[in-house]
Write a protein that binds this ligand. Sequence first.
Ligand code: IDP
Length: 142
Amino acid sequence: MPLERTLSMIKPDAVGKQLIGTILQRFEQAGFTVVAAKLMQLTREQAEGFYAEHEGRDFYEPLIEFMTSGPTMALVLQGEDIIPAYRELIGKTDPTQAAAGTIRADFAESTRLNAVHGSDSPESAAREIAYFFVDDEICVKA
Ligand code: IDP
């Protein structure tokens, strides 16, 4: 199975609750390799650009406010078939629908404040990784 990459974010709710280490441990225990990482205070422009596909939806404006409310950790994770494997590890968007033992079931407060982000396809992973990282910041080559 080929190595694949995904863009992960530990969102401001989880960073604020000192959960960076706990969540990174879940990623590493799942066999994913951290190949790039940075802690960022997203600007409104960065958050709006990242979530541009949701512009106009009722949750968009509160989402932008939330994503700019404190630091976010952006990560590039690498592993076999990682895009579906990572989505399974984090669980559904709404934590009440997320399977027991998933990161969102364990740490999300609500559908908005849901602890982590993960790319949903190889195309969005490529776009999202390039949104936050230049090639030189990715420390392990696939
Ligand atoms: P995903 O993060 O599980 O891929 P998306 O549908 O891409 O979910 O939505 C992006 C983010 O927007 C979610 O992670 C969540 O923070 C927020 N969001 C999505 N739907 C809702 C909603 O119905 N209410 C509040 N926030 C939402």
